[in-house]
Design a protein around this ligand. Sequence first.
Ligand code: ZN
Length: 452
Amino acid sequence: MSALLSQLEAILGDGGVLVGDALAERLIPHGHPLAIVRPRTTDEVSEVLKACSETGQPVIPYGGLTGLVEATASNATEVAISLERMNQIEEIDTASRTMTVQAGVALQLVQEAADAEDMMFPLDIGARGSATIGGNVATNAGGNRVIRYGMMRDQILGMEVVLADGTILSSLNKIIKNNTGYDLKQLFIGSEGTLGIVTRLVLRLRPKPVSQQMAFLAANSFDEVTDILNRLDARLGGSLSAFEVLWQDYYRLVTTPPAAGKPPLSHDYAYYILVEALGGDDSRDADRFLQVLSDAMEEGVVADGAIAQSQAERDAMWAIRDDVGQVGQHRPVFAFDISVPLSKMDSYVIELRQQLDTSWPGNHLSVFGHLGDGNLHIVVGVGDKLAKPAVEAVVYAGLPERGGSVSAEHGIGVQKKQYLGMSRSADEILVMQALKKTLDPNDILNPGKIFA
Ligand code: ZN
């Protein structure tokens, strides 16, 4: 064991440094590090980073390892730091509607703890069981209810973070308004572990909704889709909590065997929309939801619609939207997470389809996404796994001219490094790199990520 690892073991005690068999038996995507260190307190994180800083030891921060852009990739010269032993919910303050947690707690446990106190932590993603709150911060996670509650950034009131040299910045603020100089926590949200290690958080909780209304709607044109979005958002009194759009190809894929989902609407429409509203008054909310949708149908904006009548039907609707695994039928596939302003989304998808058809006739394209957030997930299968760079070039090509983004909610990591310049100007990247240099002058925190 190297001198540094012995030093880390002295800091962390028994079980604090995993090497050898204990390391080998872990399932770790994208390479194995030299060791995984497992601090139990913020002070231990600080001591570990101080020791690593002094020796120039690269450190890769681990959350639940559910990221999608290889932001936790490591090699045998790097030490991973996992906050899996810092997984406590420290306090729920029902008056301030806050929850103070350690960064290693799983998202689902936070949701359940809020629920048990009759409140809600609204961030939700498919990986909720394994993804940690700290990882949600590092990626500024999004998911299905951003249209109503915002991304992870909007759920954070306070943060404690350890800088590369071991400095602890502790700002466990519980107040919504606090304009006292720079809001430093914002720097670390979405920084993919390159600026500091988040150790504790004060999360903002919301009132728990008592009603959930859902429907699947169909539209014949994209203009109708945006019209429906604007109407629902305006008339549902702020309760619209999801507006997920499925282009026809994806809707057919997830509602046709072998997919388990039964189609709530026929397969003939161009666009399908899963709509959800969360409210505080069950019978009034249901009446209003029905009224808003029937008005839209009467006026011909909505081509067809099916309203869920039971919890089983609501769950089935979400299951259809979330049955992303069906894209595997056309393996090998390449998956993308991009943003396009709504006014330019239709032309982007039409152009993408044309270009894919020209280069790869018979390709499989699935498009769906969080339309209210301008966020599309695109899955492309062209029958050739070596075509990835060529397909990437086509998918990203139409974004800069439309003011789109090469990453909506997954980050940059390693996978999108070479495309960062398509969404950020050279000056923006220079400022980012200057911040990185200031906070981590020896480049020990997640080196080689985000920037090419
Ligand atoms: Zn998503």
